[in-house]
Design a protein around this ligand. Structure first.
Ligand code: HT7
Ligand code: ZN
Length: 884
């Protein structure tokens, strides 16, 4: 296996200006005929033409109509002496979609054919310069059986269609925008579409289509509404219009990721398109809204301006995640609903990206090297990358950010560029900002891996009435990186009196206070900031709204945290204070080796939060959720997942019992009246009501009381939407109640023909809280279920990924059975779908943080996989890094 390095980037020796492709589509054998207009890059010395190709059966090669000699070298097709500086290359090859279980390139799913080209799938379709800085104008002719494939789609505009002999038909598409090969797409399937015409601000009419298999049209309304809302939002917020006459979304049942932003033809995992109240939860509806928006936003941030090379992936992904997060917040509406979104995003960052940054796969937002690029579609590139963009937004302000975006498009529309280009445009559009003044220090966020530790200590001087806050930062070593430099850290803060009052903030040297919240900019390893006019002890509320992706040590006591929990005007920090109070108790119990005995101040604080009039139910639900086992595991070393589970479960039992009357109140109080709407208001009520129900069933299971389990079963049967049905089922399953089994059977009988709902059925069982090994045993049994298959990524994720990545106590067993299963399945999956296998393999990334006997057993399992000779380079890279 070879390592690709960022510093080795060279411009392409040839450009491909136009690509004329013809597909004779057939699941067994598709013929691809390609005619490329190629030009030599005159800036470079004359070189052979080297084309990428993988798993192709080559039939012929012509240069300017003449046969030409070629050779194969390192998986490349090499033509040593192309005739002239500009020439036409014609290639014909065949591929077999039905044998393509990797789901990269052209593959069969259901009864249709679909493509996935990012990152390097186009080379599995035909020989090409399959790199993002080579952009061509595509014309695509699709020919296929009219019955099997009545719908034939590619990027751009339909220019011609008609019937052919032998029951076949054809369609010809032309995409006027030059694009990299990774944005190419083809669909040939039996589909139906929801259609909608929209008029954008310029007065142009555009056709929007959402294609699904027959019978699913009634599940496309939310996706269509989300698309329309995304179009409106991007025009309003960034003045970025829809540039296409036709914008298509197609749902695909077998899909490696969430969705793909192919120009004008977005392909989606069915999970992120199909939704009806009866089959999808509030979380699913939200997921659809944000993924539809994400892919749509890529049309500008990714497609109009693309990446020069794959090391720049965060240029499009970090920025587009930031955009979709902002969109979701704007859609949610109220300040508290925005905070709920932010808390969700930060939880995801801390539970996925922080562990990544602390483990063997730690890499900068802009990586330096990779073996398999598919392994770098990571939480770091996406979520941490979005935090980097968010910090820019914080530093230059909303208007300044919009100006930076405008300058970025003015400079780079139609180009393939780098992360530097984006940061430079932001800085140049905001020359007076801290970003521009400390651009070098800020850009270290792109170059240095690891999560910064931010230390903050305050000192109140009673005599001088000053409060001095000393901030310092330290960036831990990561594989291949040490001795790191300080990065620019924006620290949003407020100061509260001990009574919870927000204090005016005036720094030494300033004439007047500047509000009660501001952003301090830390650029050095250590800096102090002195506030004046502070006449009493304060409680600092630091890193408000999580203003930087760091781990904060502010030395606050439980008493301080209780002040913040009760009074902080920043909803994020209110939530954070509650999480820290809970974490302190879990850590104490782990340290003492004793059961948690929850103290009255904590229980009372939780009770008053739950009961607080006017507080958003969605926020209450989050504030009353204990830090997850995964999050807690990252805060300690020598993790014993079994012990951690026992401690956390005991704490949940106490919260369930101590607040029983309050949970009953919450359940009654938050029933939703009227028809189902997946909006922030209704979904918040459902979330809190379902949390209350789960707590009540938990308490009942402890006391043997039958009423609440009975109510849960009733709710499960009668629910008119999937959120409530699943919530009730999860309450029973989570409490290991005897009614869980009949409910699961009933659920299966109801939904066995709905693949996405069946995924939930598998998932629910895989994520149930472990008790005496029952959950693990159930997962093993489900692996033999006739509906289980590794061939469908959603199904594999529902059962195996959920077990290994989201249910530590079921997976990490003293008998190592979880690790044995992990190794078996990594190997089995790798032979079918390397991208999926390498992602699954990552569930043991943090093995070094485990206590014995887990650590040694995990290492042994990883070593067993490493010993396999025929591993894919995707999986090999993960396994090798894990063992380094
Ligand atoms: N840009 C898309 C990435 C993607 C992908 C990458 C590797 C393998 C399969 C894939 N499917 C989609 C998704 C996105 O970020 O919008
Ligand atoms: Zn993306």
């Amino acid at each position: 296996t070879t390592l690709v390095r960022r510093e080795d980037y060279l411009a392409p020796a040839y450009w491909i200006r136009t690509a004329d492709l013809t597909f004779d589509l057939d699941a067994t054998k598709t013929i691809v005929s390609s005619k490329l207009a190629i030009e030599r890059n005159s800036a470079l010395p004359v070189q052979p033409l080297r084309l990428h190709g993988e798993d192709l059966n080559l039939l012929r090669v012509l240069v300017d109509g003449q046969s030409v000699s070629f050779r194969h070298e390192d998986g490349l097709l090499v033509i040593d002496a192309p005739a002239a500086d500009a020439f036409t290359l014609e290639i014909r090859n065949t591929i077999s979609p039905e044998k393509n279980t990797q789901l990269s390139g052209l593959y069969a799913s259901g009864s249709g054919l679909f493509t996935q080209c990012e990152a390097e799938g186009f080379r599995r379709i035909t020989y090409f310069l399959d790199r993002p800085d080579v952009m061509a104008v595509y014309t695509v002719t699709l020919r296929g059986d009219a019955k099997k494939y009545p719908v034939l789609l590619s990027n751009g505009n339909l220019v011609e269609q008609g019937t052919l002999d032998g029951g076949k038909h054809f369609a010809k598409w032309h995409d006027p925008f030059p694009k990299p090969s990774y944005l190419f797409a083809v669909v040939a399937a039996d589909l139906v579409a929801r259609e909608q015409w929209v008029r954008t601000r310029s007065g142009k009419e555009h056709l929007l289509q959402v294609y699904v298999t027959r019978g699913e049209l009634d599940k496309t309304e939310h996706a269509m509404n989300s698309l329309i809302a995304s179009i409106v939002w991007d025009e309003a917020r960034f003045k970025l219009p829809l540039d296409l006459e036709r914008f298509m979304i197609v749902a695909v049942p077998d899909f490696n990721m969430g969705a793909m932003e192919n120009k004008g033809l977005n392909l989606f995992n069915t999970k992120y398109v199909l939704a009806s109240p009866a089959t999808a939860t509030d979380v699913d509806f939200d997921g659809i809204e944000s993924v539809v928006a994400h892919e749509y936003f890529h049309n500008w941030t990714g497609n109009r301006v693309t990446c020069r090379d794959w090391f720049q992936l965060s240029l499009k992904e970090g920025l587009t995640v930031f955009r979709d997060q902002e969109f979701s917040m704007d859609m949610a509406g109220s300040p508290s609903a925005r905070a709920v979104c932010r808390i969700g995003d930060v939880r995801a960052l801390r539970e996925r990206q922080f562990p990544e940054d602390a483990g063997p796969m730690a890499h900068p937002v802009r990586p330096d090297a990779y073996q398999a690029i598919d392994n770098f579609y990571t939480a770091t590139v996406y979520e941490k990358g979005a935090e980097v963009v968010r910090m820019m937004n914080t530093l230059v302000g909303r208007e300044g950010f919009a100006a930076g975006m405008a300058l970025y498009f003015e400079r780079h529309d139609g180009q393939a560029v780098t992360c530097d280009d984006f940061a430079q445009a932001m800085a140049d559009a905001n020359p007076a900002s801290a970003l521009a003044q400390h651009l070098g220090s800020f850009k270290r966020w792109y170059a240095q891996a690891g999560t910064p530790r931010l230390n903050a200590r305050g000192n109140w001087n009673a005599e001088a009435a000053t409060y001095t806050l000393t901030l310092s930062q330290q960036l831990p070593d990561t594989p291949g990186q040490s001795g790191k430099q300080p990065q620019l850290v924006p620290v949003a803060l407020g100061l509260l009196s001990r009574e919870g009052q927000a204090l005016p903030l005036q720094l030494q040297g300033e004439d007047a206070p500047q509000g009660t919240e501001r952003v301090l900019v830390l650029t050095e390893a250590e800096q102090s900031f002195t506030f004046i006019g502070i006449g009493a002890e304060v409680v600092p509320s630091l890193l408000r709204n999580f203003s930087a992706p760091v781990v904060l040590d502010d030395g606050l006591t439980d008493a301080d945290l209780l002040v913040l929990l009760a009074h902080d005007s920043d909803a994020f920090n209110r939530w954070e204070a509650g999480q820290r109070l809970a974490l302190n108790r879990i850590k104490a119990a782990l340290g003492h080796g004793e059961a948690v005995q929850l103290d009255a101040p904590f229980v009372e604080a939780m009770r008053s939060l739950l009961r607080e009039p006017g507080l958003d139910p969605a926020f209450k639900d989050l504030a009353l959720t204990l830090p997850s086992e995964i999050y807690v595991a990252e805060q300690i070393s020598d993790v014993d997942p079994q012990r951690l589970h026992t401690v956390r479960e005991a704490m949940l039992d106490q919260l369930a019992t101590a607040l029983q009357a309050d949970w009953a109140w919450a359940w009654d109080e938050h029933q939703v009246q009227g028809g189902y709407r997946p909006d922030a208001e209704q979904s918040g009520r459902r979330a809190l009501a379902n949390k209350a129900l789960a707590m009540l069933v938990r308490a009942a299971a402890l006391s043997g009381e039958p009423v609440w389990p009975g109510k849960a079963y009733q709710r499960f049967k009668d629910a008119t939407n999937m959120t409530d049905r699943l919530g009730a089922l999860e309450a029973l399953v989570g409490a290991h109640h005897e009614l869980a089994q009949p409910a699961l059977e009933r659920f299966y009988a109801l939904f066995r023909h709905e693949p996405l709902v069946l995924d939930k059925w598998f998932m629910l069982q895989a994520r149930a809280p472990e008790k005496n090994g029952q959950v693990f045993a159930q997962v093993k049994a489900l692996l033999k279920h006739p509906d289980f298959t590794l061939g469908n990524p959603n199904r594999a994720r529902a059962l195996l990924f959920v077990l290994a990545a989201s249910n530590p106590a079921a997976f990490h067993r003293t008998d190592a059975a979880g690790y044995v299963l992990w190794a078996d399945k990594v190997i089995e999956m790798d032979a079918i779908n390397p991208q999926l296998a390498s992602r699954f393999a990552r569930s043991l990334d943090r093995w070094r943080n485990l206590a014995e006997p887990y650590r040694s057993a995990a290492r042994e399992a990883i070593a067993r996989v490493a010993a396999k000779a025929e591993l894919s380079s995707d999986t090999r890279e993960i396994i090798e890094r894990a063992l380094q």
